[in-house]
Structure formats: C-alpha cells, structure tokens
Design a protein around this ligand. Structure first.
Ligand code: ATP
Length: 287
C-alpha cells in the first residue's frame, strides 16, 4: 500500500503566444505548487483498476484522470496485477488549480513505487504528458517555467515561501471554453516572463509580485465578474497581490503575514459562497 499527495498549483504568470498547427495553444507560464493537496492511497489487488473518491458528483470510473493514469502506466510497463485507488479530494474541481492533473501525477508516482517499476522522473513526465499538459509539472512540483503546451519544463529558484488564500466562486470554468474565448477576443495585456524570471533569480518577491499577470483573467472575468470582486476583497485584507489562477475561476491572494491571510480566509468564508482554502507555496517533491 502506498499513500501519496497530489498538490494543487497556481499560475503566477500565464501567457499565450499563439495557436499551434496541432490545435493547441503555445503558452509560457510560471507555475507554483501549493501545500494544498489531495491524498491518494494505492493498494495492490489481483486485477483491474477500482476507484473510490470521497466527493459525490466527481466521476469514479475510467473517466477519472487517476484511473486513466493507472491504466496508462500498467499498459506501458506490462504490470501484472491491479490497483485500488482511494482519493481524498481537497482541491476544488474545475477551478484552475490542476486538481485532476495532481491526481494523475500522484497515481503515476504511486504506481512506480507500488510495483517497483524503477521509472525515472523523466520517464514519468513523458508518460504524464500523454494524458495532459499540466501533468509533468504536477509530477515534479516546485516553481517552474512551463512552455510548449505546458509540458516543457524549466526548473526555477523556489518562489519565496508565501501564505496563499484561495477563493473559488461557485461557478466552474472549462479550460477549453476559456481558450476559445481568448481566441475570439485576445486581451492586450501580457505578462513579462523574462522580467519575472530575472526577479525570481534575485529572490526579489516584491518585484515578482508586481509582475504577476494572467492573460486568461480578463477573458474568464468577462463571464464571471465575481472574480474582480474577489480580487478587491483579497486586497482589502492586505494581500500583496490577488489574481485568477489558470483558466479560473479561483482567485488567489498572496500574503506576507499568516494573520492577515487567516483573516481574509475567514472573511471569504462568512461573507461569500466561495470554497476557501488557506495554504502556502511548496517546493519540489522530495525537497
Ligand atoms: P486544469 O487547470 O488542469 O485545466 P482545472 O484545475 O481547471 O484543470 P480539474 O479540477 O483538473 O480542473 O477538473 C477538470 C475536469 O476533469 C473536471 O470537471 C472533471 O470532470 C475531470 N476530472 C477527471 N478526473 C478528475 C480528478 N481526479 N479530479 C478532478 N477532476 C477530474
């Protein structure tokens, strides 16, 4: 039996550079792991893949990304035997926090351990990329510049440890919808990733925070104006910055002081219908 965490992520920057011939968007994004994680317990069984998820409404069959990841690795490695996967879901679903990718990544790492497959991180990332662009990042964690479809990773210096408040409005956003809406009306403002990387190398959190920017934010916000309200609410509580993660709709606030982060989380819990989490930035797995 193996118990393993699948961590959520936020995007500190997210740029779209164009549309590729294969239909995917070329992106450049700084992704950051969070301590907030789902817990997966993998148990060997004679044959087949079975799944239990503690969240009613989330598919617990072959459509679940953890199931698909288990099937892929068993197929590719000729695993004889099966697995039961139990998921304790904490990461909000369809929220821009890559919760499905986190579970797929954890399953790949867990199966590697459970069946002593001896795969390297690079092998696992190659497998993960077949299932989803965010999965290689979710396998490694930390602070990463992801390019291509999001599957090409450059490890960066860790973003300085920071308190994070997540507030997910009740709406759910489909990632393909956000990219289609972007194509219809591309916004003008793009992040300066080069300046962000330079500031990160110097460990200059203040400058990094001035440079957080997500091209999808105005796109999703046009359909969900509550995102702007949540940003304002985070800032009113002293957030160093507040922005939407990924394709949304979750808004994250970064806080220097735990006390201010706690107060902001309390205010969101009592004053809005958001799903709220108080967490921190996290480094690479195993560090
Ligand atoms: P991303 O940012 O990676 O595009 P997201 O964080 O916005 O994704 P997810 O939470 O990964 O969204 O969920 C997207 C969809 O994937 C869900 O609506 C759900 O139907 C499906 N899904 C399949 N497996 C899982 C899983 N293990 N956890 C969450 N969602 C899953």
């Amino acid at each position: 039996m193996v118990t393993i965490l699948g961590r959520a992520k936020i995007n500190l920057t997210l740029d779209i550079l164009g549309l590729r011939e294969d239909g995917y968007h070329e992106i450049a994004t700084v992704m950051q792991s969070l301590a907030l994680a789902d817990t997966l317990t993998l148990t060997q069984q004679k044959e087949g893949i079975t799944l239990r998820v503690d969240l009613p409404g989330l598919e617990a069959d072959e459509r679940n990304l953890a199931h698909r990841a288990a099937a892929l690795i068993m197929n590719e490695c000729g695993v004889r035997g099966g697995v039961h996967i139990d998921i304790v879901k904490r990461i909000p679903v369809a929220a821009g926090l890559a919760g499905g990718s986190a579970d797929a990544a954890a399953t790949l790492r867990g199966m590697n351990e459970l069946y002593a497959l001896g795969l390297s991180d690079e092998d696992l990332c190659r497998l993960g990329a077949k299932l989803g662009s965010d999965i290689p990042f979710s396998i490694m964690g930390g602070t990463v510049l992801a390019t291509g479809r999001g599957e090409i990773m450059q490890h960066l210096a860790d973003f300085p440890a920071t308190h994070v408040v997540l507030a997910k409005p009740s709406a759910s956003v489909s990632t393909p919808w956000a990219y289609r809406s972007y194509d219809a009306h591309p916004p003008e403002l793009h992040p300066d990733n080069a300046a962000f990387l330079e500031a990160l190398t110097r460990g200059d959190r203040t400058r990094c925070i001035e440079l957080v920017c997500n091209v999808l934010e105005p796109v999703t916000e046009a359909a969900h104006p509550v995102i702007g309200d949540y940003r304002t609410r985070m800032r009113a509580h002293g957030a160093l910055c507040a922005m939407m993660s990924g394709s949304g709709p979750t808004v994250f606030g970064l806080f220097a002081e735990e006390r201010a982060a706690r107060a902001a989380a309390e205010d969101f819990r009592s004053g809005t219908d958001a799903a709220v989490h108080l967490t921190q930035t996290a480094g690479r797995y195993g560090e």
